[in-house]
Design a protein around this ligand. Structure first.
Ligand code: ZN
Length: 620
């Protein structure tokens, strides 16, 4: 049996460093190529030596697919392509291709320029890596080669995030990447065809969360910001231009309106320019509300939120500021943080992850004194809040996607082992399909059942439909799989086409004449009447016993039932005018009339006929 193999190099029973190897129909594909935010050493990248210890990587891998721009899904890509040496194609959507290098460059700067690491990928390597990228549009089938094709579906989550349907022959697989089944304030909900893949590889970050946890986090966030305002504190929200900044702005704007708050909210101008640029460029990837907004006004045209000027840093009184970059490693967000950190009335809300080594990471890990360089040390007295607003599917959403796609097997990645167990049980119970949760380096093999598409002739189809309407109808209703009724015909394989046709049509096409195979059995029938009378009696008896079939005399001493089963009766003695003591009946039929033929034979053989003949005889 053919099978599909899945082995995670990263994100196996873990969140971070997403990298999954898949073997399907003889093709090897790498799904995502991420880095782990929790490590500084070699564990931050997947162990690519697993793919091959000898020979060139490109020969072992048919393509790499990147689901979205988050670093835990693409952070190892330049290392893999430019330093490990993968030369093949890399597929991603247009927004991912536009935003991915900005994040990679940020990440490189922090690692090399701030932390002084050597042996890391360079800016040039990021550029060279991006040259190997082939972009894909949503719902566009892209042929990687003659046999392998991929198709992207909308995943929500972040701008440009996609799920991928991968197909080789009749085998197929879906990789979700990170996705969100409910629309948020700026993106739509993930959606996929009922594509019935053999395997669905899904993230399971919020595998045990059923209720709407995002609402709770949002309420929590608003409550904390409001409390700070009441205390007269200042709130800094360091953001990445294309993360959740837009969502948080919309959230605060509506809250300010509702609560009638007066404290100013600001955003750094760099943020609006970058965000507007990308949202305008990829407006088709956002939700309907944003699309409409763009027609009427600018993304950041808010009533309560105003552009920030550096001179506002020292303004008295409460305020909220959105500033880039998100990890507090440079620029305006770090500048503001330095000014505000020492006041315990203030608060910093970090809405996403921070790479190890950044000020953001140090703040989150609870450091109270942060050394920027030899001269400046920041005293951290303000309140620190971490609130992940990243949009992932919860357990309900994951079940909904499974219902949508109808896979034969599910593989859970990008989640914690314990939480996966809960979800695995749910999936097995509700859908009765296999569910796996491989650890990193552990291979899962899933058998696939090959299917062959066959064109069916119209005549055959009509006959099947008619038979369904008649005698098979009852059986069809009883069967749980109404579409699995057997169909008989002749399979004609010509070049690459496979067709099921009526036998007569097949013979005509192939220039063959029919070779008929008939079964013949003989029965000795005893009788007391003359031969010709016996035949007449036999005919009338058969007519009575087989009321639905015409019984005819077709030749001297020869009867036919339903024009198909033949009965030839020969007298045992040569003298046909005299009463014979016995006759020999030869009953013959073709394979197609097996049922009727053997029935007629059994009627004769079981002597059902003869006593009746005798009875009749006496009544004449
Ligand atoms: Zn993500």
């Amino acid at each position: 049996m053919p099978d599909i193999k899945v082995v995670p190099l990263g994100a196996g029973q873990d969140v971070g460093r997403s990298c999954i190897l898949v073997t399907i129909g003889g093709k090897n594909i790498m799904l995502d190529c991420g880095m782990h935010m929790g490590y500084n050493d070699e564990r931050r990248f997947p162990d690519f030596s697993y793919i091959t210890r000898a020979g060139r990587l490109t020969q072992h891998l048919d393509c790499v697919i990147i689901s979205h721009f988050h670093l835990d899904h693409c952070g190892a890509l330049p290392y893999f392509s430019e330093m490990v040496g993968y030369d093949g194609p890399i597929y991603m959507t247009h927004p991912t291709k536009a935003i991915c290098p900005i994040l990679l460059e940020d990440y490189r700067k922090i690692t090399v320029e701030r932390k002084g690491e050597t042996n890391f990928f360079t800016s040039q390597m990021i550029k060279d890596c991006m040259k190997k990228v082939v972009t894909v549009n949503l719902h566009q089938t892209v042929k990687v080669d003659d046999e392998l094709e991929i198709k992207a579906y909308y995943a929500g989550h972040v701008l440009g995030a996609a799920m991928f349907h991968i197909k080789v022959g009749t085998e197929s697989l879906v990789y979700t990447g990170d996705y969100n089944m409910t629309p948020d304030r700026h993106l739509g909900a993930a959606w996929i065809d009922k594509c019935r893949p053999d395997v669905l590889i899904t993230e399971s970050t919020y595998a045990t969360t059923i209720r709407d946890s995002k609402r709770c986090r949002e309420r929590d966030f608003l409550k904390k910001v409001h409390e700070s305002m009441d205390k007269g504190g200042k709130v800094l929200i360091p953001v990445f231009a294309l993360g959740r900044a837009q969502e948080l702005c919309i959230l605060l704007e509506t809250y300010w309106d509702r609560m009638n708050l007066k404290a100013p909210i600001y955003f750094s101008t760099g943020l609006t320019e970058k965000a507007n640029h990308y949202y305008k460029l990829f407006v088709t990837w956002t939700n309907q509300k944003i699309k409409n907004t763009f027609v009427q006004r600018n993304m950041f045209d808010f009533k309560h939120i105003k552009p920030f000027d550096r001179s506002f840093i020292d303004n008295p009184g409460p305020m909220v500021v959105f500033a880039t970059p998100g990890m507090l490693h440079a620029g305006l967000s770090l500048q503001i943080f330095k000014k505000w950190a020492a006041d315990e009335k203030n608060m910093v809300v970090i809405p996403g992850y921070c790479v190890a080594g950044t000020v953001g990471h140090k703040v989150l890990s609870g450091q109270k004194k942060i050394e920027l360089d030899k001269k400046s040390i920041i005293d951290v007295k303000l309140s620190v809040q971490y609130m992940s607003f990243s949009a992932h599917a919860d357990a309900k959403g994951i079940m909904q996607l499974i219902r949508q796609a109808e896979p034969k097997n599910v593989v859970l990645v990008h989640g914690e082992a314990g939480k996966m167990d809960f979800l695995k049980q749910q999936i097995e119970k509700e859908f009765g399909i296999g569910c796996f949760k491989p650890a990193n380096g552990e291979t899962v093999c899933m058998e696939t059942i090959p299917t062959i598409a066959v064109d069916m002739s119209l005549a055959l189809l009509k006959r099947k439909v008619m038979s369904l309407e008649k005698k098979d109808a009852k059986r069809a209703k009883l069967s749980p799989h109404n579409n699995h009724l057997p169909v008989q015909g002749v399979l004609v394989i010509k070049d690459t086409s496979v067709r099921l046709v009526e036998p007569a049509q097949a013979m005509k096409e192939l220039g063959l004449t029919e070779h008929k195979l008939r079964f013949t059995s003989s029965v000795i029938l005893e009788t007391t009447v003359p031969y010709h009378v016996f035949i007449e009696k036999l005919q009338s008896q058969l007519e009575r016993l087989l009321p639905n079939y015409p019984v005819q005399r077709v030749a001297e001493g020869c009867l036919s039932v339903d024009d198909s089963v033949l009965i030839k009766i020969s007298p045992s003695s040569d003298d046909v005018t005299h009463e014979a003591s016995s006759c020999t009946a030869l009953v013959s039929w073709t394979l197609q009339e097996e049922e009727l033929g053997s029935h007629v034979l059994s009627l004769l053989r079981d002597r059902i006929i003869r006593p009746v003949v005798s009875l009749d005889e006496s009544s004449v």
